[in-house]
Design a protein around this ligand. Sequence first.
Ligand code: NAD
Length: 368
Amino acid sequence: MTANTLPINELHKVDPVFGQISFDGHEQVVFCHDKDTGLKAIIGIHNTILGPALGGTRMWNYTNEWEALNDVLRLSRGMSFKSSISGLNLGGGKAVIIGDAKTQKNPELMRRFGEFVHSLSGKYYTAEDVGMETKDMDIVREVTPYVTGVSEAIGGSGNPSPITAYGVYMGMKAAAKYQFGTDNLNGKSVLVQGIGHVGEVLVEHLTNEGAIVTISDINEDRLHQVGSKYGAKIFTGDNLYASEVDIYAPCALGATINDDTIKMIKAKVIAGAANNQLANEVVHGQILKDKGILYAPDFLINAGGVINVYSELAKLSKAEVMQKTENIYNTSLDIFNLAETNDISTHHAALLIAQKRIDDKKLELQQK
Ligand code: NAD
């Protein structure tokens, strides 16, 4: 159950695909290429025991293909656990498109990508992730039904990010309850790193409740826009991780909790939207525990988005989506208690619960 990663520059030292630590029993990895559109994509299907693999498509300008492969493997594995712990009948999958979403994304490329998704006959359903928007999924829908997160106008559930943000907010409140004795975030200082689709809505919930919010982003324009809209402070120092805050909310990309940053973190709670926040889930999960920092497992508290897109397949009402997302609060408290009882990290506790549901289903299928 380990998915720690080697530094990107050392990934070539192990076998290219099956040898990657993050490969971790993937059922299928599909490399997609199209000369005409320049599409280079990788689809990872980690596990389909609970249902079809569902997970978004990320478009990112990766430094090299190793980085892209490592990212898709880590992300699709995370989806297996996210859907499992959320009680969804879905497996785990994810896709990455290698390229700059701002300059290289176009309808032809998205359609071609959709055709590759279609060729998997429903074993993998896609949706949006970083670098993708609802309108991109609408284009994919032109060539395949195996896509979620499409516009409400064409029968979809729309942008999943606000529901994701709500789930993160619920997980953060549960963590505050456990760590500080109250889930009221009024007066609590929160650092939100990355104020994109999810981060901004999280800032809105937090400022509405009276939290003292500091924001950081590499996009200066957004910083000023979001800062003035919600009255959030803009981070100005040179060491974000050493910030004297109650709560750190990673909402940009993964692996921000790593060998370098973990020594500096002063927050007493970590609860954010980013996938794969722990660079090494075993080592860093344990260090956080030892330091007395309560970590709300990412795949547990950022599940609102997948719950929302799942509603398209399972025909859930908006009220059912909200109820399932709100339940992240209770599940988080259960996980924190389980971790304490068993003297294990919160990440480990969440993985155990998620893996158990998959194992039980596998047994049930074998006995049929
Ligand atoms: P987004 O692309 O809209 O926002 C990401 C933001 O992070 C951008 O504003 C970007 O400029 C900023 N950023 C990138 N690198 C940064 C850095 N080093 N420091 C500070 N800011 C940085 O993405 P999103 O949809 O808001 O998703 C955020 C995270 O949450 C991602 O890791 C994503 O995988 C995860 N997530 C999103 C959803 C969803 O519903 N959108 C669901 C589950 C998980």
